[in-house]
Design a protein around this ligand. Sequence first.
Ligand code: ADP
Ligand code: MG
Length: 223
Amino acid sequence: MTLLKADGLTKSFYNGDLETVVLKGIDLALEPGEMVALQGPSGSGKSTLLNILGLLMQPTGGTLSFMDDRVSGLSEKQLSAIRNRHFGFVFQFHNLLPDFTAVENVAFPAAAPAGGLSKAMRKRAKSLLERVDLSDRLDYAANRLSGGQKQRVAVARALMNRPQLVFADEPTGSLDQENGARVMQLLREINREDKTTFLISTHDPDIAAICDRQINVVDGRIA
Ligand code: ADP
Ligand code: MG
């Protein structure tokens, strides 16, 4: 089984009559358990590609399959069910809810669809925060945490629903070297221990080198 497969993905953005072609035909496959770096200079289309692969954005053309099932053409409701059940996301600027506590942020992907935070969710969120070394910050509001701590909360949140696949878009991009290395170490550990598949965009060769394999986006294509 291939976990995620893209064939001939294209993406254009339109601004009036002006077309910007960002992706010009991307083919790629992710196998279960891989940790893959998506490399390319700023503006090369890494975020666009991650958003399309993560079913957050529609491509202009091409097809996508998840676990050998075609997902192109599904309704937004069906796509969001796949995202919520199988995918986790870590963004460059963590996107935490600033007034929510660490536990509430981590539990959010389970609590939001359920309409509330259960005891079991709280327990899982706590254990994930322990895993990212934040057991002493469980009830801190996100806006009281440091940049590195926030990003570790974001990693814990991405794991809340036990995803098979985590997309991380420049997860270390807003961190200093030490905190960036710590977050990468954490992702590597989770990948090895849980067999979670990771696709991590970065323009940092040192970060890419930590992954099993590197995919390079150059001029809208895989180099
Ligand atoms: P990267 O993540 O590699 O820096 P992006 O995927 O963010 O690259 O952007 C790739 C190109 O697409 C850039 O030229 C950017 O300006 C353009 N782009 C991204 N999003 C939009 C959008 N919503 N509308 C128009 N152009 C966009
Ligand atoms: Mg980007």
